[in-house]
Design a protein around this ligand. Structure first.
Ligand code: IMP
Ligand code: MG
Length: 183
């Protein structure tokens, strides 16, 4: 393997694998919403911006892109249960077909919070799309479009970070445990 950054243990998903899967997700979404006037894609900052950028450029249906940002209480890299809205949408989503686009679902607190927040704004339909999901026994929010199921390790790249590092790697890699301190 060529020059993997010393913070990284191994590549979990290659650039090629990711690109192929993103194209397939876009094709699926384009087909599912073929009869809709348009789809409202809501990217969750910061992690989902690269995934959303690639996903929306493969869509063959009319779509609008907007963003939200949330933060979990807790130290950098450590995910706690409480979620706080940091940046809201520009426009109402009433009567829109909405898809939440996330980078990764771990315990599901973030997606669950966003799902219920947006559900309360009366969209015509609401679905969820995430590039990655960590294996969990139970999740209380539905995932309609999933890129990859991954093991329960801290991953970076393709938009995902650790303390704002490694976001722009074209692949997804596992962070070494001694770097994150998360076991
Ligand atoms: P959840 O609320 O437990 O599902 O956590 C989801 C959020 O935590 C994601 O939106 C990410 O911002 C962050 N997160 C969880 N696991 C990872 C990871 O392995 N790498 C980078 N960010 C992660
Ligand atoms: Mg996120």
């Amino acid at each position: 393997m060529t020059n993997l950054h010393p913070d990284l243990a191994r590549i979990i998903l290659s650039e090629g694998e990711i690109q192929e899967r993103v194209k397939a997700l876009a094709a699926q979404i384009s087909s599912d919403y073929a009869n809709a006037e348009r789809v409202y894609l809501i990217g969750i900052l910061k992690g989902a911006f690269i995934f959303l950028a690639d996903l929306c450029r493969h869509l063959t249906i009319p779509h609008v892109v907007d963003f939200m940002s949330v933060s979990s209480y807790g130290k950098s890299g450590v995910v706690s249960g409480a979620v706080r809205l940091m940046l809201d949408l520009r426009d109402p989503i009433q009567n829109e077909h909405v898809i939440i686009v996330e980078d990764i679902v771990d315990k599901g607190h973030t997606l669950n919070y966003l799902y219920h927040t947006l559900q309360g704004r009366s969209p015509t339909s609401l679905r969820t799309c995430t590039l990655l999901q960590k294996k969990r026994d139970k999740l209380d929010v539905p995932i309609d479009y999933l890129g990859f199921m991954i093991p329960d390790v801290w991953v970076v790249g393709y938009g995902l970070d650790y303390a704002d590092k490694h976001r722009t790697l074209p692949f997804v890699a596992e962070l070494k445990r001694e770097v994150s301190g998360i076991s």
